[in-house]
Design a protein around this ligand. Structure first.
Ligand code: 4NP
Length: 187
């Protein structure tokens, strides 16, 4: 719990990272590219991927979205059936195939969004340079309606309620992320 987090969100770093990402895409006259990252790439990040993709399409925004994970053991798999079911109940179809993150993802994407402390420290290590590391943002930095969460909890070993809170956090964060993209001038 962090009583100051509510007023701090989206954080200054999140705002700056989105503004820089949108600027990079506009300068190159190409869609903004967002990468969501978690551990397995079968629960949290593919759900963020599906939610953001669907919401961006609904808003008619030019964004390319992908997701990846640090653990390659599920590479090629569809998202966990529990996450697919929970997401489908909210109207999202998740059909991403899991893949392992690569260091050159930092060159291919404008912003790289991790779900928890481990993801963020692993991303910082993988980034290797300050320039690349500036693209890393924590998902809950966008979660304005959930000030009591400072990471998206791994639902893999949890019951059904674990998947619901993940989806609540991701819907909140994706909505704010896309609002910021629009405020930064993304069409
Ligand atoms: P995710 O959840 O990082 O949200 O995709 C996990 C999925 C699988 C494993 C860990 C976390 N695993 O250890 O297999």
């Amino acid at each position: 719990m962090n009583s100051t987090s509510e007023s701090n969100r989206p954080t200054l770093h999140a705002r700056a990272a989105v503004a820089e990402a949108v600027e990079a895409a506009r300068e190159s006259d190409r869609p903004l590219r967002i990468l969501f990252v978690c551990l397995g790439n079968i629960c949290r990040s593919p759900a963020a991927h599906g939610i953001a993709e669907q919401e961006a399409a609904r808003r008619n925004m030019k964004i390319e979205i992908d997701s990846a994970g640090f653990y390659g053991g599920h590479a090629g798999d569809l998202p966990d059936p529990r996450m697919r079911r929970a997401a489908a109940a909210r109207g999202y179809t998740l059909n991403h195939r899991a893949r392992k993150i690569r260091s050159f993802d930092f060159d291919d994407f404008d912003i790289v969004i991790g779900m928890d402390d481990n993801n963020i420290s692993d991303l910082q290590q993988l980034a290797g340079t300050v320039e690349r590391a500036r693209k890393i943002v924590r998902m809950t930095d966008f979660a304005t309606a959930h000030p009591d969460y400072d990471y998206v909890p791994d639902p893999y070993y949890e019951g059904p309620e674990g998947f619901e809170i993940v989806l609540d956090l991701l819907e909140d964060s994706c909505s704010e992320l896309l609002d910021l993209c629009e405020e930064s001038g993304l069409k």
